[in-house]
Design a protein around this ligand. Structure first.
Ligand SMILES: Cc1cc2nc3c(=O)[nH]c(=O)nc-3n(C[C@H](O)[C@H](O)[C@H](O)COP(=O)(O)OP(=O)(O)OC[C@H]3O[C@@H](n4cnc5c(N)ncnc54)[C@H](O)[C@@H]3O)c2cc1C
Length: 483
């Protein structure tokens, strides 16, 4: 047994754990990431970054690197395969970035390494014990068992989270009744009507029967597609079983006939429509984030994005707690803010499944819903739910319109010319935009961190407002009225 010490142990180097570790490292927190796998699989479940994820990556200067690795820019999202656009949302990124999950992970891990934090691979968390001062985390490597002592442990260890189970936190929800398969297929001859480049969700997926569905997403390499199919009302006996090449070929034949010819099936995997959410995201010194805290059918492409946003919310709060800048109540706001957001995602996924055209009346309902979704206000509402742009955190006390809302990142006017506010968030601190230095001391009192960037601006986009303080994750948390 080895005794090592660190501030935070992150269990799991998926997108959530890597984003969180990046945030903690940026804030000067000593973090150790333990990952069960010896190597990244290179396989991608998720294929997209939603607009709100693009926004938070931009806050950290990470977006351009993600864009370099992306294979598509998609101008809309979807709700139950009904395209919904981002018109009406004031965002600089009204699109989804097509990027394989493996690329997101590789990129975040590279960035983490530049901050001096390495992922310890082949290190599987077995269990942990916490007391009022620390958590001891037992993990297994090829050379035996080790124990790591930390101030906090965060379970980012995915759907079957050992950390969640160790906490004994309930994971209520439904097992679901359907299944899906994802397969990356290289075609010699692509199916008739398939998009050559992924630009829109239109025609990407569709119901094929009362409960069955199919979809084809071009992956950037000529002839290479993500093929998705499944049934929302029945499932194979063993959802964890490997999907055979024959299964995928049969499904392709059923879906596209003989017009398509397949050169290679690179990988295939099954998934379920189970939906569960951990009752609590925090118990003492142990927290949960990402799929460890919530699972759902991948409708709308939300899971990875939800995990990254969990990490953005938790990172600065945990850092402030570790550094002793904030009391325990700040860390409690992680669950208070993120549990409802996770619940909303499970809710919208269930609603999407509810739009399955199972019967005469549900087909009519779906058609009416599609008409409604074409209305700008409805489309905005739906795309806001799925993209994360609609998230607004509740605030208490004052009711300024900026409070709880995200930085929309329009240029602000300064004496030196226009300035893009997102550039002020690179170091992960709080950001104050103010028309007068008189508010700086008050802002400091409201920021539970000495890391505060102050920017004098000549005007702000809200009437009768002289200052707005943003949290490190880009949500407004304090304002000063005109004196
Ligand atoms: C078919 C499919 C398609 C999807 N498509 C999309 C999409 O288009 N868009 C989207 O946003 N989301 C999508 N998702 C969801 C997305 O893939 C997940 O939400 C995302 O992977 C969650 O990231 P995570 O880091 O929380 O968990 P994971 O990615 O599961 O990572 C957990 C990590 O922890 C490690 N680990 C597990 N146990 C231990 C342990 N005991 N000790 C140490 N390490 C451990 C694992 O090896 C893994 O590396 C899809 C999911 C599926 C199944």
């Amino acid at each position: 047994m080895n005794n090592l010490g660190t501030d935070v142990v992150v269990a799991g180097a998926g997108p959530t754990g890597l984003m969180l570790a990046n945030e903690l490292s940026l804030a000067g927190v000593d973090v150790v990431v333990l990952e069960r796998l010896h190597e990244r699989t290179g396989l991608s479940k998720a294929l997209n970054l939603q607009p709100r994820t693009a926004e938070v990556l931009e806050l950290r200067g990470l977006l351009s690197g993600a864009e370099e690795r992306s294979f598509a820019t998609v101008r809309d999202g979807h709700f139950a395969m009904i395209p919904v656009g981002y018109e009406g949302w004031d965002t600089r990124f009204p699109f989804q970035l097509g990027i394989p999950q493996a690329q997101v992970e590789e990129y975040l891990e590279e960035r983490l390494a530049t901050q001096g934090t390495k992922v310890i691979r082949g290190a599987e968390v077995i269990d942990f014990v916490q007391d009022k001062d620390s958590v001891s985390v037992r993990y297994r490597t090829d050379s035996g068992e080790n124990v790591l002592y930390a101030k906090f442990l965060v379970g980012c260890d995915g759907a079957r989270s050992v950390v969640r189970k160790g906490l004994g936190v309930d994971f209520p929800g439904v097992d679901g009744e359907g299944f899906g398969v994802v397969a990356d297929v290289l075609f010699d001859r692509i199916p008739d009507g398939a998009q050559k480049q992924w630009r829109t969700m239109r025609n990407v997926g569709e119901p094929t029967g009362a409960t069955t569905f199919k979809g084809l997403i071009p992956l950037g390499e000529p002839g290479l597609y993500r093929f998705v199919y499944g049934d929302r009302a029945s499932r194979p006996a063993d959802l964890r079983a490997a999907v055979s090449q024959d299964d995928v070929r049969r499904a392709l034949l059923d879906s596209y006939g003989e017009t398509a010819t397949v050169s290679e099936i690179r990988w295939a995997s099954q998934f379920s429509d189970a939906a569960r959410q951990a009752e609590h995201y925090r118990v003492g010194r142990v927290l949960l984030a990402g799929d460890a805290a919530h699972i759902h059918f991948p409708a709308g492409g939300q899971g990875l994005n939800l995990g990254v946003q969990d990490a953005m919310n938790l990172g600065w709060k945990l850092a402030a707690t570790v550094h002793g800048w904030a009391g325990d109540d700040l860390l409690d706001t992680y669950e208070a803010e993120r549990h409802p957001v996770g619940a909303q995602v499970l809710h919208n996924v269930a609603a999407q499944l509810g739009l399955t055209p199972r019967s005469h009346s549900s087909r009519a309902l779906r058609a009416v819903f599609a008409d409604l979704a074409a209305l700008p206000e409805v489309s905005k509402h739906l795309s806001g739910m799925v993209s994360g742009l609609g998230v607004r955190y509740p605030t208490h006390g004052t009711s300024h319109p900026a409070l709880g809302s995200r930085l929309t990142d329009e240029d602000v006017a300064t004496e030196d010319g226009p300035l893009r506010p997102s550039t002020l968030f690179r170091d992960g601190g709080f950001v104050l935009l103010t028309t007068t230095p008189a508010h700086i001391d008050a802002a400091r009192a409201h920021a539970p961190s000495p890391r505060l960037t102050t920017q004098l601006v000549t005007s702000l986009p809200w009437p009768a407002t002289e200052a707005v303080l943003y949290r490190p994750d880009g949500y407004a948390c304090w304002t000063a009225p005109t004196r």
